[in-house]
Design a protein around this ligand. Structure first.
Ligand code: 13P
Length: 250
């Protein structure tokens, strides 16, 4: 049985004051929940939010990290610095990193390996663009992103990996993949992991869906056999929206 994992990616939103206010609301509202919950504020708010979620059932995530531990990397944040402020999970390969900031599979793989070796968990994001889906290439694109993103990752490390399937055309658009389409892709991801690793690893892997997850569609998405969680963007920015998503089964 896989434990549901609901994560909020706050992207480039919220000052420190706004972030701490939301974190406090979530800690109170979600105190009794038994699913896994993560919030990923912007870098500038990590330290203060960390103090609020410490010792609660909410874990602290980061939205990205550098591919090196330290050095002359102006503007970057290292995994050691993330751990230092209480981060335990890092989102890597988000479509905005891939398509707005030009991150390629090779760089993402380097970051995944470094995060794992530094003891961080990883949410590896994959997903096709609308042209790729319309051309019938969605599975091929996702398979490549998984194979390349997980290159040289040992079976032992796979317990620290979550995969988030986020079709690019569904992110921030209000257009959600149908639960059936999302479930089909999740099943395909599990098949890919079976071929790369083993049926056991594929069976225990948590696969989140991301892309316009809202309180009114979370339940039907989460009802699907292969959808184990959600990576939520816009609807993670207020307690009014995020709390009912976490409580999708209530
Ligand atoms: P939205 O929920 O705003 O579509 O964003 C999804 C996402 O990119 C989460 O990482």
């Amino acid at each position: 049985m896989r434990t549901s994992f609901i994560a909020g990616n706050w992207k480039m939103h919220k000052t420190v004051g706004e972030a701490t206010a939301l974190a406090k609301e979530l800690v109170t509202a979600l105190a009794k929940e038994t699913c896994r919950i993560m919030i990923a504020p912007p870098f500038t708010a990590l330290l203060e939010v960390s103090k609020i979620v410490k010792g609660t059932n909410i874990v602290l995530g980061a939205q990205n990290m550098a591919q090196e531990v330290q050095g002359a990397h102006t503007g970057e944040v290292s995994p050691v610095m993330l751990k230092d402020v209480g981060v335990t999970i890092v989102i890597l390969g988000h479509s905005e990193r891939r398509h707005v900031y030009g991150e390629k599979d090779e760089l993402i793989n380097k970051k995944v390996k470094l995060a794992l070796s530094e003891g961080l968990e990883v949410i590896l994001c994959v997903g096709e663009k609308i042209e790729e889906r319309n051309a019938g290439n969605a599975e091929k694109v996702v398979e490549e992103q998984i194979k390349n993103g997980l290159k040289d990752i040992s079976p032992q490390h796979m317990k620290n990996i979550t995969i988030a399937y986020e079709p690019v055309w569904a992110i921030g658009t209000g257009v959600t993949a149908t639960p059936e389409d999302a479930d089909d892709m999740h099943a395909f991801i599990r098949k890919t992991i079976t071929a790369l690793y083993s049926p056991e690893i594929a069976e225990t892997l948590i696969i989140q869906y991301g892309g316009s997850v809202k309180p009114n569609n979370a339940k039907e998405l989460m009802a699907k056999a292969n959808i184990d969680g959600a990576l939520v963007g816009g609807a993670a920015l207020t307690a009014d929206q995020f709390v009912p998503i976490v409580q999708y089964d209530k």
